[in-house]
Structure formats: C-alpha cells, structure tokens
Design a protein around this ligand. Structure first.
Ligand code: SF4
Ligand code: FE
Length: 483
C-alpha cells in the first residue's frame, strides 16, 4: 500500500515483523517504543508538506521512470537543479526537527548504484541496472523508506577483508544458489535502520580480485528472515524513558543508529545489484560517499540554524545579547554554518551527467564540504557553550522544577532577565544541552565526523582529485620556469 502521509508511515512500520533488541530485550511494536519514537517522528516529516516556502517543490519530484510525482527521497537526480533541490530539502527538513531525519542514506545509495550498475553492465554484460530500475519503480510507487547500509564492522582495521581471522567482519556472499545469494556479516551504526522498510546494502570499500565475495550489493526487506537489529545508545538516551520531556531538550524528535546483523540471509536474484564484480565496488563507495558528503551541506546547516537561534535566545534571556563579543561569536557561528551550506550548493551546481543519465555531484567539492563538516559544527557548538555558560551542564532535573519545595527556589535563583520566566530559560538551555552534549550530539557532532566516512577518507579523496600537477604547471608558467 502506498504511503501517503506520516500516519500511513507509522502504520506501515507497525506491520513490520522484525527481530529487534533494545536495552537487552527483544521488543515488538518498535515505532511506539519511547527510545525509538522520536526518531520515527523525524522520518515522518519527510512525508509531510508544510507551510514553508517551496516545501512541495523540494519534497517531491517527477519520476523519470514513470512520470509520476514521487518523494524526492526515492528520486534519481536528472539535473543539477535536482541536486540543488536535494540540499535545499535537507536544510528545510533539518530546520523542522533539529536532528538527523535519517532518510537520505537510501536516496544517496540508490543514486550511486544507478550510475555504477549501468557502467558495470557495460563492462561485464551483467543486467544489474535493469534490476535496479525495477526496484526503484517499486520503491517510488510504494513510497518506502530505504536504509543505505555501507559500513562494515571491519574487525582488525590493519587487515584487508580477506585477511581477517573471522571472514564475516565484512559482509559477504556466503553461498551462491541458482536463484540468488546467501549473505552473512553485519553493518554498524546504521542510521534510521529501525525506521526503514528496506535495507540497501553496498560494499564498504573498493575490493580486490581475491575479495570478490565482499563485492556485493543488494536490497532486502527489513523483516526478511535472518536479520537482527540491536539499537545503539546515545548520550542521555534514558531521559526519553523517564517521562521528563524537559530533560530531553528536544522531546519530539531524535535520530537513531543500530547494528544490523545478517545471519545467512537469502537475497533473490532480482534484488542483487553487484555480486563479485570487485572492480565496480570502489566506484560504488566513492559515489555514495560523495552524495552523502554533499547531503551534509544541507542537513547540518539546517541543524546549525536551530543551534544558532537557541544560542541567540539564551543570550537574550540572560541579558548579554548586546555585548559585542556575544554578537561577534554569533556572527562567527552564522559564517561557519553558511560556509557548510555554500559547499553543499557548490558541489550540486557543478555536478555532471553520468552515462546512465543520473547526475553526480562534484566529487572534489563534496569531499571539501564534508571535511568542513568534520570541524565547523564542533566550533559552532563550542561558541554556543561559551555563550550559554556553565549552567548548561548543571541544570537540575525536571522533577526539581515540579517539586513544590524546590520549584520556588529554582524559579528565584535560576532566573536570568527578570521579565523572562525561569522555565523558558531552562527549556532553551536544555535544547542546547541536547544538541551539543546530549542525545542530539550523536547526530550533530559524532555523525559530522564519521558519517559518510571519517576525515581521513575525505583527505585521501581531496589529494587524489585536486590535480596538484596542474597547479604546479600554472605556477611555473607565471614564474617563467621552463623545466
Ligand atoms: Fe540525512 Fe543528514 Fe541524517 Fe545523513 S545525517 S541521513 S544527510 S539528515
Ligand atoms: Fe549520516
């Protein structure tokens, strides 16, 4: 049944029968669990048009496969305008939820696979691209959420996949059958895993000839037999089960990561998009990473908007908003945030058409974008904490603000400007706490470093793509050096 709204989406998640563990227990009714529901709420926003400028144009697109209107999260980019709209959509959605809305990884995976399967078929006479197109049609028509699964658990980082003492440290083809493959392994810290209907698996690195079993890509329903999900913890996550929304800071929205284990899962042939063509695995990783590094120029800037707004509000509630150093620090936060956004825009506008027809972002600028993302949200958070002051880490519990003995004391002694109720000051401080050191920091800070690849991965790509020889040649020419 096609998902047309946030309500449809919630019902569709309830009907999935998956093997899910949370806090040491197997659970059912996954989307209604208090540790999970805020992350479901964030994904739900991707289904809803709201009263914002260009909301419809950004959230929806026209399918090049069917001509139907579809969610942009299931769309294959047909122009640089599509790439640009994607980044604008991500900033718009992040401004609604102040966290990760988890649906972009599948979108970026489908787009990476679209061009790579086309080129793989041309090189190997396979038929992955047609299979993928059929799969994309299905996803578009049903409006499903697809989790993009790339990061393997990796075992000993100093060893190649084929050198590990346990061969399952990288997800692999354990057995081939006439009608499909059996896969085994695990994908770590999978964004939105429990909020997805489908899992799109890709290899975690470029594979070599003797690593063909690890060069595998496929899509599988999230409730397929043999898949186990174990929810990951986030800082301060149990505040969500204490029934104290004030202490959560952002009680409505959150993000989610899980460990996803594939224990001899059967994947039918029509859902396999790479199975042993190791020479296509590197391009798959690089293109997926480039799309997701572009994505961060949108979503992290949107989260940054909320953080900057909260910081400004705190400065007003505390009576320091007119101090010149505070204004200067907020200006610096805006400068850093808009630099991230500029990178996302630039990498989109300079995208190019691949032979498949799908548009690919500018790979060099995508990596520059993400390398900035590994730093700037930390500096923005540092400035937010600087302005907010130490109360950020010493605020009492919500229950203390409710206890008739302590509430008047807190009302009196934690007040900032006299005309601002104390509780309003505390609410905005708790949001800042959430975003810079609580459960929201998992999405805004840790993900900014490691999501879409750790900083060193971007440095390697920047070195490889920057054409330093050309710069040397130009310098020599200007200096009049002939040899
Ligand atoms: Fe989307 Fe950003 Fe979350 Fe990635 S980190 S899934 S780009 S919101
Ligand atoms: Fe991410």
């Amino acid at each position: 049944m096609k998902i047309n709204s946030a309500d449809d989406y919630l019902e569709s998640l309830r009907s999935l029968e998956r093997n899910v563990f949370v806090r040491g227990e197997r659970i059912s009714g996954t989307p209604d669990h208090p540790l999970i529901r805020p992350s479901v709420n964030a994904v739900s926003e991707t289904f809803e048009e709201r009263d914002e400028e260009n909301s419809r144009e950004l959230l929806f697109a026209t399918s090049h496969l069917t001509g139907n209107e579809i969610s942009r999260f299931t769309h294959i980019h047909q122009s640089t305008s599509d790439l640009l709209r994607k980044v604008l959509m991500q900033r718009l959605l992040a401004r609604r939820v102040a966290t990760c809305f988890q649906r972009c990884v599948g979108m970026d995976g489908l787009n990476a696979l679209y061009s790579v399967t086309y080129e793989c078929d041309a090189a190997h006479h396979t038929n992955y691209h047609e299979r993928l197109k059929n799969y994309i049609r299905f996803i578009q028509e049903e409006n499903l959420v697809v989790e993009g699964a790339m990061t393997d658990v990796k075992g000993d980082r100093g060893l190649r996949p084929s050198e590990q003492s346990d061969p399952d440290m990288f997800l692999r083809i354990a057995k081939r059958k006439d009608d499909g493959i059996i896969v085994r392994g695990a994908k770590a810290h999978q964004t939105g895993a429990l909020n997805s209907h489908e899992i799109l698996v890709m290899p975690t690195a470029g594979m070599r000839e003797n690593e063909a079993q690890y060069a595998v890509s496929f899509a599988i329903p999230a409730d397929a037999p043999g898949i186990t999900f174990i929810l990951g913890r986030q800082p301060s996550d149990t505040r969500k089960i204490e029934e104290s929304p004030l202490d959560v800071g952002n009680p409505t929205y959150g993000s989610q990561e899980a460990l996803v284990i594939f224990d001899d899962v059967f994947v039918p042939e029509e859902r396999v998009f790479l199975s042993g063509e190791y020479d296509s695995s590197g391009a798959m990783v690089e293109r997926f990473a480039a799309y997701h590094r572009q994505s961060y120029g949108g979503c992290k800037a949107g989260v940054g908007d909320i953080l900057i707004g909260a910081t400004k509000l705190v400065s007003e509630y505390q009576g320091i908003s007119r101090a010149s150093h505070v204004r200067d620090k907020i200006t610096e936060m805006i400068h850093l945030n808009e630099t991230l956004f500029s990178c996302g825009i630039a990498t989109s506008v300079l995208g190019r058409k691949t032979p498949s027809g799908c548009y690919l972002v500018d790979m060099l600028l995508a990596n520059v974008c993400k390398l900035n993302v590994t730093r700037f949200p930390f500096e923005i958070s540092r400035l937010a904490q600087d302005i907010a002051g130490g109360l950020l880490a010493t605020m009492p519990f919500q229950k203390d603000f409710e206890n008739p003995e302590t509430a008047p004391l807190l009302e009196k002694y934690l007040r900032g400007k006299s005309e601002i109720p104390t509780i309003e000051r505390i609410k905005i401080m708790k949001l800042l706490e959430n975003m810079t050191m609580g459960c929201g920091a998992a999405a805004y800070l840790t993900e900014s470093i490691h999501g879409a690849g750790s900083p060193q991965a971007q440095r390697i790509m920047i070195e490889r793509l920057s054409n330093i020889d050309e710069k040397v040649r130009l310098a020599k020419k200007i200096a009049g050096i002939d040899w």
